[in-house]
Design a protein around this ligand. Structure first.
Ligand SMILES: *Cc1c(COP(=O)(O)O)cnc(C)c1O
Length: 433
């Protein structure tokens, strides 16, 4: 899989400035390139998450925060491993190497947010390039793609990526990138990554398949193993787990591609700060225990709601129409689910009368969150488009935390008195997802 070749404009500029490497091909790799495939024995993921090696001079068991913008050089020519934190910092490198191992990649890059990660990735595109993305995308992704379409000459198709045929219809040799997210949010639809990756690479050998793996985290899925060229995640969510930092991570196996993205990070200065790298590293170590508890809670809550007649969307339920597809790619169902009550007013009342569930956007945190996507995170999508995408206005999204599950269920049941529960159940639509 090769990186896209330089645009005619870049080639022309390169002719003028023959010694300026505008595309960054001739750059050295990011300091201390990640090398998880060093031949060392691999342990189970839960073990690898907490197992790290450092060359720290004092043997610190937790990587120190190198809160320094510059690093002294030993010769006038520089040449030390680090010189300036925008280009590289030991705390960030340690995190990147650890994440590369966890994400099953040869290289990982850490930046200031999930959207920052997508910005770095989309800078691989050139005017005229075509991007195919889903129609039930994270709102921020939709916003950035729209910006690229309106300002950078990128052609963007939004199709239902949960149906590979819809993707095939727009694939061509002009396709430069296919952007996938699974499960989608908040409709919890599943995207067939291997099938779409194969079709994409057949249509164009230069096209990149990019997967946003934020909803599952590397504990539950490694899309690089299913044909993705680049995987990115918001580190703000499960990876850090405490809603106390913003971060984004990018993983890939193609060194040329990694160098190009590193070039952008160094050129624009969006690398993750030393302090946030430290916090993300600390968060990642507890990913397994948090996610296991969160999805065990989510499973019980999904079953509780389903048994009370609500229409629940969660890939941990056998009733999910794409249950088999999800489990062919993932090791767990995650901890985000949504359900319908059949009545917008009832949904509002439920959301407002829970006490343990905070009304908030985002997910992946240790405490549980509740929201109404059509009123909150997806309110920027106009009502007509929401209707076209079959997004129910009464949809409630739950992002399950690590609390005692009985407390969470009690809080939900209290919010819905037994009577309204039955009334709501009788209103439920019978349609499928
Ligand atoms: C939150 C989120 C992002 C963006 O990440 P930030 O860290 O908030 O910039 C991207 N994709 C998905 C699926 C997300 O949930």
């Amino acid at each position: 899989m090769s990186a896209p070749s330089p645009s005619p404009a870049t080639q022309a500029t390169n002719k003028v400035f023959t010694r300026v490497d505008l595309d960054g091909h001739a750059l050295p790799p990011s300091p201390a390139p990640s090398s998880p495939l060093s031949g060392r024995r691999r342990y189970a993921l839960a073990t690898e998450l907490v197992h790290t090696e450092t060359k720290d001079q004092y043997g610190a068991s937790s990587i120190p925060i190198y809160q320094s913008a510059t690093f002294k050089q030993t010769s006038a020519n520089g040449g030390n491993e680090y010189d300036y934190t925008r280009s590289g910092n030991p705390t960030r490198t340690h995190l990147e190497r650890h994440l590369a191992k966890i994400m099953n990649a040869t290289r990982c890059l850490a930046v200031g947010s999930g959207m920052g990660a997508l910005d770095v990735i989309t800078r691989l595109l050139k005017p005229g390039d075509e991007v195919i993305a889903g129609d039930d995308l994270y709102g921020g992704t939709h916003r950035l793609l729209t910006y690229l379409k309106n300002n950078q000459g990128i052609v963007v198709y939004h199709v239902d990526t949960t149906n590979p045929d819809r993707v095939r219809e727009v694939l061509s040799d002009k396709t430069a990138m296919v952007l996938l997210e699974t499960p989608t949010n908040p409709l919890i639809k599943i995207v067939d990554i291997p099938t779409i990756a194969r079709a994409t690479h057949e249509a164009s050998s230069k096209a990149l398949v990019v997967v946003d793996n934020t909803m599952l985290s590397p504990l539950l899925a490694n899309p690089l193993d299913f044909g993705a060229d680049i995987v990115y995640e918001s580190g703000t969510k499960y990876l850090s787990g405490h809603h106390d930092i913003m971060a984004g991570v990018i993983a890939c196996n193609d060194p040329m591609l990694a160098d190009k993205m590193y070039f952008t990070i160094n050129a624009t200065g969006c690398g993750l700060s030393p302090n946030d790298s430290f916090l993300l590293m600390r968060g990642v170590k507890t990913l397994a225990i948090r996610m296991e508890k969160q999805q065990a809670n989510a499973q019980q809550i999904a079953e509780f709601l389903e048994s009370h007649g609500f229409r629940v969307r969660y890939p941990g339920l056998k009733s999910h129409p794409q249950y088999d597809l999800h489990w062919s790619m993932a090791r767990g169902a995650g901890a985000v689910l949504s359900f319908e009550t059949g009545d917008v007013a009832l949904s509002e009342r439920i959301v407002e009368s829970t006490r343990l569930w905070s009304i908030s956007v985002s997910f992946g945190c240790v405490n549980s969150l509740i929201s109404m996507p059509c009123r909150m995170s997806h309110a920027s999508i106009d009502a007509k488009t929401r209707a076209e995408r079959q997004m129910p206005e009464d949809l409630i999204r739950l992002c399950v935390g690590i609390e005692d599950v009985n407390d969470l269920i009690d809080d939900l049941s209290r919010a819905v008195s037994a009577l309204t529960l039955q009334a709501a159940a009788s209103l439920l639509p019978k349609a499928t997802i």
